[in-house]
Ligand binder design. Structure first.
Ligand code: ARG
Length: 716
């Protein structure tokens, strides 16, 4: 008894006196109502209107989505854009050659005319959003199949888009939230003349490589800089020498005063996807079937790419960006398997669902909710093996450029062959440009190896669900060694060199594309990927309806505790604090919430692919040349931790203090909290950020590009 009372007292004492928001990816339009008081208590000094306003300039005007998958922010009156190095990576690699290797050596434009335009890169400004749930839900009813429902909703969405795009000036996107229980529309403006301003050398920008990726303590200068250009009136425009740097509505001032434990920190950005509402059996499916196949398939592709990447700088540039993308989620998915298993997340969820099921089977709820949990579980049970199969196949399609050739270059050549002479003349230029781009991104010997290895894995590992009959047949005839098949397919295919493609454009032949062995294989794979049995189609339909009801019911019954919708690449805000991970001995600093340049130098391994450093960094660290960016403690802080709730897509997001000033750049999460996309653990989940002072030190002191820093508004 005494023990019980004692533990009760400890429990009460452990309840924090201040509200801790950390968990939650919030909508800007509801900040005032849901979060603002809490945010103020924690240290926010801005009004909700200063963060998001439709009529006045506000913080949101400085936040952009970067090339569809990352976040970036505007940090000067001349449209300077700051994002992560790993977000600019693809563009930087594209603009690099073995001779002018900006990826390897770094790059800073001396003036505007040195800024370089990659082939395609855009930033997206957020104009406004609104709730259209009532309107959308008024066109559907419970008797509709999921397909009918989708059709009705899409028709309404098309109307909403048309009503709000102002004759094509804006991109309007209507998205579903809470699993189809709410709908909001978002109005955006896209700018596509975006140029590279500068980047640190890869040794700094990707310091620690895949070994340190998703890990704390971290020492990475994960940033790169771009500039957005518009026409003379500030409107979006195609690339032109006449374009001028955009004068943004708002840009972020930069605070170089440094941060400490418990300082307020908020992040605005575009988190891509979370599964916080995912049912237990869905988590189980991912842990046991989907993710293990994903991890294995990624690794097979990575090993083949790596074999060639190490051969030369030129080959490294061909695959560097693809490799980084695959490696990133290879490690993430293994981390998720480990964390979800260790924390028994599926069990926690199952307990909640059991509670829900009881509620759902009360007489007053039964008709609507009675079957929800059973239907969901049935769907996952039926699709476990298919999900393993799909993930092996997905990694093949992701790592092999030829897996999807029938939908890219192959389709263009097919259209070309079928067109009349006049049409062909119009099409030839675009196709030959597309082909030129395509062959820059492939190296044929590597592609052969990737495809053969992936086919072998796919044919032998997907045992519980039928693989593509076409692949099965080839495998059977060759003892699942696809080398000979792939070699002969590459020999006779039209799609394996720019010369062959150009020759085809001169003398097109419809039959030759339809019969091209690589196009044929790709078609077979994609068709199989997209096909399903009637039984599974039916289960999927019922699952869609049930998952929507589960979320509705969890909210109605208050058995679910989450107050925000899953991430879906729409703008969100998360607020919390600068916060150390529970003390342990891994860090080089006294408080485990930041790392230093000294710590980075301690990790240095001369000539290593991941931990090498420029000589100059070693020198500058030894001489403590930290300039105006040294911390009060005399060291140069490089990365720090906050307890914000972010996920992939938030990469490049600004970390802001209570006044809305830039203090850092979010770039990663920690491996201990890899279950975070499914369940937020406030003791473990952290955001890893680059300290803005390290960013400026790399630009000004290390690279000598003070002209760039001079554009910014610095506050101390
Ligand atoms: N984990 C980071 C993210 O998903 C990407 C880091 C890229 N670095 C790397 N070594 N692959 O945002």
């Amino acid at each position: 008894m005494k023990k019980l009372i004692l533990s009760l007292i400890t429990a009460i004492m452990l309840v924090p006196t201040s509200v801790k928001a950390d968990e939650g990816m919030w909508f800007l339009m509801f900040i005032e109502r849901l979060n603002h008081r809490d945010m103020q208590k924690m240290g926010l000094q801005l009004t909700a209107e200063e963060i998001y306003s439709i009529n006045n300039h506000s913080l949101k005007d400085a936040i952009v989505q970067f090339n569809g998958g990352c976040t970036a922010e505007i940090i000067s009156k001349d449209g300077l854009v700051l994002t992560n190095h790993h977000c600019g990576y693809d563009a930087i690699a594209e603009l690099s050659t073995a001779e002018k290797n900006h990826l390897k050596n770094g790059f800073w434009a001396k003036d505007r005319k040195d800024e370089i335009k990659p082939s395609s890169l855009f930033v997206r400004f957020f104009v406004r959003m609104d709730d259209v749930s009532k309107r959308i839900l008024s066109v559907v009813n419970d008797k509709m199949t999921e397909a009918e429902r989708e059709k009705a909703i899409n028709a309404e969405i098309a109307k909403i888009e048309k009503e709000n795009n102002e004759g094509g000036k804006y991109t309007v996107s209507v998205r579903s939230f809470f699993q189809g229980n709410e709908y909001y529309y978002f109005v955006y403006q896209d700018y596509k003349d975006v140029r590279l301003v500068g980047t640190p050398p890869e040794s700094l920008g990707k310091f620690g490589g895949d070994t340190d990726n998703w890990e704390w303590p971290r020492h990475t200068a994960d940033f790169s800089m771009f500039r957005v250009y518009g026409d003379a009136n500030g409107n979006p425009a195609d690339y032109s020498q006449e374009n001028v740097p955009l004068k943004p509505k708002h840009y972020l001032p930069v605070n170089i005063g440094g941060v400490k434990e418990n300082d307020y920190a908020m992040i605005l950005g575009y988190p891509g996807r979370t599964n916080r509402w995912m049912p237990a059996s869905g988590i189980d499916q991912n842990v046991k079937y989907a993710y293990p196949a994903w991890v294995e398939g990624s690794k097979v592709g990575m090993d083949q790419m790596k074999k060639y990447m190490v051969q030369s700088d030129a080959l490294n540039l061909v695959y560097a960006s693809k490799f980084a993308g695959v490696a990133n989620y290879w490690k993430n998915r293994q981390g998720m398997i480990d964390a979800l298993t260790k924390f028994g997340t599926a069990k926690t969820k199952a307990a909640q669902e059991a509670k829900f099921d009881k509620w759902a089977n009360k007489p007053e709820n039964k008709e609507k909710y009675g079957n929800v949990v059973a239907t969901i579980n049935n769907y996952y049970k039926l699709t476990n093996e298919k999900s393993r199969h799909d993930n092996y196949l997905m990694q093949l399609l992701r790592t092999s450029a030829y897996g999807t050739i029938s939908r890219s270059l192959g389709r263009q050549l097919d259209n070309y062959a079928k067109a009349d002479a006049e049409k062909r003349v119009q099409m030839a230029k675009a196709i030959s440009e597309m082909a030129t781009e395509f062959f820059k991104e492939v190296h044929i010997p590597a592609e052969k190896d990737i495809l053969a290895a992936q086919l072998n894995l796919y044919a032998t590992k997907s045992t519980g669900y039928a693989i593509s009959p076409y692949v099965a047949e080839i495998g059977k005839a060759n003892n699942n060694d696809f080398t000979a098949f792939v070699n002969s397919a590459f020999d006779s295919s039209v799609l394996t060199s720019l010369d062959k493609v150009k020759a085809f454009l001169d003398t097109p032949n419809e039959a030759s594309i339809a019969n091209d062995p690589l196009v044929k294989l790709s078609n077979e794979l994609l068709n199989h990927y997209n096909s399903k049995s009637d039984e599974i189609a039916k289960a999927q339909n019922d699952f869609g309806a049930s998952f929507r009801k589960l979320v509705e019911g969890l909210r109605e019954s208050k058995i679910g505790t989450i107050k925000y919708p899953d991430a879906n690449s729409t703008l969100r805000l998360t607020y919390g604090k600068v916060r150390a991970l529970p003390a342990d001995k891994r860090n080089d600093a006294k408080i485990n919430n930041y790392t230093t340049l000294d710590g980075q130098v301690k990790k240095y391994k001369k000539g290593d692919a991941e931990f090498d450093l420029p000589e100059r960094v070693l020198e500058m660290n030894k001489n403590k040349e930290f300039g105006r960016y040294a911390d009060k403690d005399g060291s140069l802080h490089v990365n720090f931790l906050t307890d914000n709730d972010i996920t992939g897509g938030n990469s490049g997001s600004p970390v802001l203090n209570g006044k809305g000033e830039l203090i850092g750049l979010a770039f990663d999460g920690n491996i201990e909290a890899m279950a975070g996309d499914v369940i937020f653990d406030k003791n473990l989940q952290r955001t890893i950020n680059v300290d803005i002072r390290y960013v400026l030190w790399v630009i000004e002191n290390f690279s000598g590009a003070k002209n760039i820093v001079d554009e910014m508004t610095l506050i101390k």
